[in-house]
Design a protein. Sequence first.
Length: 404
Amino acid sequence: MDTQTLTTVDTEQLALLRQRGLAIAGAGVVLGAIGVLLRPADFMPSWLIGFLFCTGLSLGSLSLLMTQHMSGGAWGLVARRIFEAGSRLLPYCLVLFLPVAIFAPRLFVWTHADAVSADLILQKKHLYLNLPFFLVRAAIYFVVWIFCATMLNQWSAQQDRGEVAVTEADTRRFRVISAPGLPIYVVLMSLAAVDWIMSLDPHWYSTIFGFIMVAGQALGALSFAVAVLALFATREPMNRVLRAGHFHDLGKLMLAFVMLWAYFSFSQFLIIWAGNLPEEITFYLRRFRGGWGLISLVIAFGHFVLPFCLLLSRDLKRRPKLLARVAWFIVAIRLIDLIWLVAPNFNPNEGGFFPVTLANVGIPLLLAGIWLFLFAQQLGKLPLVPVNDPYFKAMLLRGHEGGH
């Protein structure tokens, strides 16, 4: 196949992605501004939600990129550029973290000396939950994540230029980073989930919470990648590469992550509900009362039941446009899930009907719209396919009728 054709940059679709990003950001500005005017206290919790959503997309992209380098497979080769572009936005996520660090006292009760002195549990946890150590841990997280993303992206760009990793033996360099990078990412993200979400209610804890976040990030990033691939599927150069089998494989992987997230989430719920301990059960009681109970049902149905039933269909998984609709829906549900995790700590709304405020939606949309705009810019920096990757060349030679 003509290499020049494969390295074509689809500027029209990239421009469409940038326009969508600006439109989402614009809607977020309007909703967020109105929401903050009505309830100024919602600003920082909503910023935290947006930070977690954008960081989840970037970290999910990094984890899937490392998984692809470790496992191989056509599903990862055709989506690799999307994972790389998403992972390159981790510095943007670091910038989003700065307000969280600066205004931490508005979010975390354990930063208040008077609250710690009056609470025996906070005193016991103060060795871990203190602001200096919180910031040091966050710095370590981002240094490790950005290092992994930088090395993998740097070698990938050099591979495109024919400088490194053009033979199967030399692709080992990707696995040298990915092999330790994956378990390290899981450990660090589990700690980050404790720092950034669980410690909002420092009396509550769950040993499986980090795994729920890891599975959710992978599902969100994979769904986003599928939706983006569907945009390019009928255009040069991806129409010469993508086949129904690729989307079928990606759809099966989406189904696997939907089930994995549901397994972890239900396991946490079942254990806590059966134990019925006061320090654990309050997490769910707060989210089952009032309007949050309705949001809980939406998440149970939209994050598991509906996508599970839809993704069982072989025909749907082989039709890019239909699969993309499911994928965008999952991305939206991921945002709702993060709102459900964060906002009830600041807005219990036990007697109201709809507890989600305009700021809870608008500010995350603003940050996500900027993320999407920057993602489109990053995606246009390299060809959409890794033409010099030896495994990609082998895939083309085999014809990849089934996407394997």
